[in-house]
Design a binder for this molecule. Structure first.
Ligand SMILES: Cc1cc2nc3c(=O)[nH]c(=O)nc-3n(C[C@H](O)[C@H](O)[C@H](O)COP(=O)(O)O)c2cc1C
Length: 165
């Protein structure tokens, strides 16, 4: 099977991270994969804030305590929507979803793990991140070398999900 197709299936959400630092070139490669996502009218409404500072991660971790992910992962990428670049609420969200999936796959391809945290439009988090007035938080991606072996993925059978006309 084509490697890309194989890796799409092999990628799993990782929620526990080693504290080893993540190389800057890997973070740049993940951002670049996000940049190359499709978007409606090619508006590319995404913006990225890379959080490496231990202090900032601890602060964010207080607001997103889930499994301590943000405090322990060496890097968190916040994906924001630049509202003036967008043109349609649903299509902007679709594009940003594609961007996030590209980033998850890139992290996986580089031997890293990541978790999509769907905390969006949270004024407190946006304040901590220093988001601009015209930006909205869409999701957070804590990233690091995996400290857990995630289990097998589970999906509904295709027959339940698709039909042909
Ligand atoms: C829109 C969206 C929001 C998600 N939010 C969270 C979240 O807040 N916390 C979390 O632990 N996982 C979150 N996830 C990860 C899903 O739980 C995970 O992708 C799903 O269970 C399938 O597992 P897999 O990614 O390992 O295949 C989110 C995923 C998506 C796409």
């Amino acid at each position: 099977m084509n490697t890309l197709l194989q890796e799409i299936k092999r990628r799993r959400t990782v929620r526990a991270f080693r504290t080893d630092p993540v190389e800057e070139d890997k973070i740049q490669a993940i951002l670049d994969a996000g940049r190359w996502a499709p978007s409606g009218k090619n508006t590319q409404p995404w913006r990225f804030i890379v959080v490496r500072s231990e202090e900032k991660r601890a602060e964010l971790g207080q607001l997103v305590p889930q499994r301590n992910m943000i405090a322990t992962a060496p890097v968190t990428i916040a994906v924001l929507k630049h509202v003036p670049s967008g043109y349609d609420e649903l299509k902007d969200a679709q594009g940003i979803g594609a961007c996030a999936q590209n980033m998850l796959l890139a992290a996986h391809a580089l031997g890293l793990g990541a978790c999509w945290i769907g905390r969006a439009r949270d004024p407190e988090l946006e304040g901590l991140l220093g988001a601009q007035e015209d930006e909205e938080l869409m999701l957070l991606l804590p990233i690091g070398y995996p400290a857990e072996e995630p289990g097998e993925g589970k999906r509904k059978p295709l027959e339940e999900l698709s039909r042909t006309l």
